[in-house]
Every structure is written in structure tokens, then in C-alpha cells.
Ligand binder design. Structure first.
Ligand SMILES: [Zn+2]
Length: 72
């Protein structure tokens, strides 16, 4: 109501935001797609540079089995 009578004014940007500044602001807004690859051991789709969650293999080795052997 105060806006209608001109008693209270909204803050208004002085200049139009350029495409460059707008896009720089939005540079953090979107997720990048994960790099999915096929596991060399079980053939299921996995995220690259991560241990396969289906068979626990990474770089041709069973990582989880090696961890349990090392702890015992
Ligand atoms: Zn696998």
C-alpha cells in the first residue's frame, strides 16, 4: 500500500546487469554431470576415479578386500 502512494520506494538497480556479469553470477548455480564409465571388472556403470560400489574394484584390484587384510 505504501508503494502505491509513493511513500516507500523499492531499491532499484542503477544499471542493467551485463550478460557477462549475469553469467559470472550463475557460474556456481548448476551441477556438472558426473563422468560415468563402465567398470572394467563387473561392467556396471560407475563414476570414474572411484572404487566400484558393486564389486569394490579399482585399477584392477579389489580395494575393500585389501583393506580388511591389512587391518587383520
Ligand atoms: Zn565393478
Amino acid at each position: 500500500m505504501l508503494f502505491i502512494f509513493g511513500l516507500l520506494k523499492m531499491a532499484v538497480p542503477k544499471k542493467k546487469t551485463s550478460k557477462s556479469k549475469r553469467d559470472m553470477r550463475r557460474s556456481h548455480d548448476f551441477n556438472t554431470p558426473v563422468n560415468a564409465i563402465v567398470c572394467g571388472n563387473c561392467g556396471k556403470p560407475i563414476v570414474s576415479h572411484n572404487v566400484c560400489k558393486f564389486c569394490n574394484f579399482y585399477n584392477g584390484r579389489n580395494i575393500r578386500a585389501a583393506e580388511t587384510v591389512g587391518k587383520v
